[in-house]
Design a protein around this ligand. Sequence first.
Ligand SMILES: Cc1ncc(COP(=O)(O)O)c(C=O)c1O
Length: 496
Amino acid sequence: MDALATDTETPCDDSLDDAVRRGCEGVVPLRANLEPWMKTLCCSSNVHDWINEHGSPLNVLRTDPLTRNLENLNRVAGLHDLDFRVYFARKANKCLSFVDAANDAGAGIDTASLVEMTQVIERGVDSSRLICTAAIKDDTLLRHCVANGVTVAVDNLDELRAIKRIVADSSSSCSIALRISGFEHDGEKLYSRFGFDVDDVLNVIQKNLTDDVSGSLTIDGIHFHLDGYSAEQRVSAISQSLLIIDAVKSLGHDLKFLDIGGGFPMSYLESESQWMRFLDQHRLSLLGQRESVTFQNHGLGLLAEDGQIYGRLNCYPYYQRLVQADWLGQILDSSSEDGTIAESIRRRDLQLRCEPGRSLLDGCGVTVARVEFCKLHHNGDWLVGLSMNTTQCRTTSEDFLVDPIIMHSSQDSRSTGADGEMEGYLVGAYCMESELLLKRKLRFPRGIEIGDLVVFPNTAGYLMHFLESRSHQFPLARNVVIGSDGAAALDPIDHA
Ligand SMILES: Cc1ncc(COP(=O)(O)O)c(C=O)c1O
């Protein structure tokens, strides 16, 4: 496969940022955060060749932003003098290049299934640097954890009993972390389906693990993962976990770590004001006070009735002010009974662990798809058909609220729309009326036509793989990884 090259006639650098984005914006724009490599890619003639070779859509990835994001977390923890290890939650992207990059940078890996775990071990990651957080752990998975010395984050009593049985049957040992939930925050209990209740976990240990203080099952840590992105909720959960750790230690267990899970926030968008304006204009359109900004005035989780808006926007917060390492820093600097959270962790001689997935992959990938038709609907909207389906750039979020980028196939002026400009929606390959690749209405100032490429920026975390399906027997998208020298190759997952 050809190395990434930019077209010499259209040199691309930061000064051409506007040029890269000129081909498309939402009717209410939401400009993407773009890494320099993404801008270079969007000016490269190779991408059309790659799509011809590998099909559409194609995921294009780089691992160096992950290394940078990881280093930033390590730096903040270092400034707080903490023993710290990141476990990359690889469920967020299946490509093995990210496992290699995280491993090379000294991180551990959070695995959520048997296949995820065995692949990681086959890549040569030391199994002492793995944790298994699978939501459902059958005996086969647990036996693999025990056989390979992988720490298990235990969710419930049945799982604990199964591990005890497996360990006894195989005369081996197992390192476990107890997952806990139900923390109190702002006078309310935080709901989770996962883990032991914070008010019950000591009881569980006393009843089920007292024989094991120096036995074959060692409680090495306490683990939690919270839904959402609140730093304040993490502070509450850490403070309550530390009290539990004290109590568990007093029962004779030598706990070594606290794992605070993932959910580190990130921003997909360049501008807070654009995000606020979108939220505002979307509400106005639901109230009928402006033309629609989403397909058939889709509420994205909101509902307008009698001049009021009800419900909650069911979308990732695509712009967030405090993200990644700064967010971690704020948590560590928050006050606790010892001064700060960082001091409380240090005083207990604990290793702080975390399991970010999405935010470690910030800047790591784009999804590219080819335009196969443009159709003017009788209602005046253009429908732009891509060889791609909705599962190939989607999470449980109602929509991916980021403007795509258009790579025109030729420099000719477009002739499709009235004065070249077109407005409408991107539609996908599944046979449903609702098969909208983005629900937001888009504007194409220079038009758009067959053979053009649509680039969805920053899709490496979850969006590429979490929901991808082979419905209609379409093949899964391939994954091309660009090295720091520009060389491009399929990720090993595509050979698996
Ligand atoms: C236990 C656990 N750890 C880590 C993660 C990664 O979370 P994120 O990708 O939001 O950082 C998840 C996500 O669901 C999780 O369930």
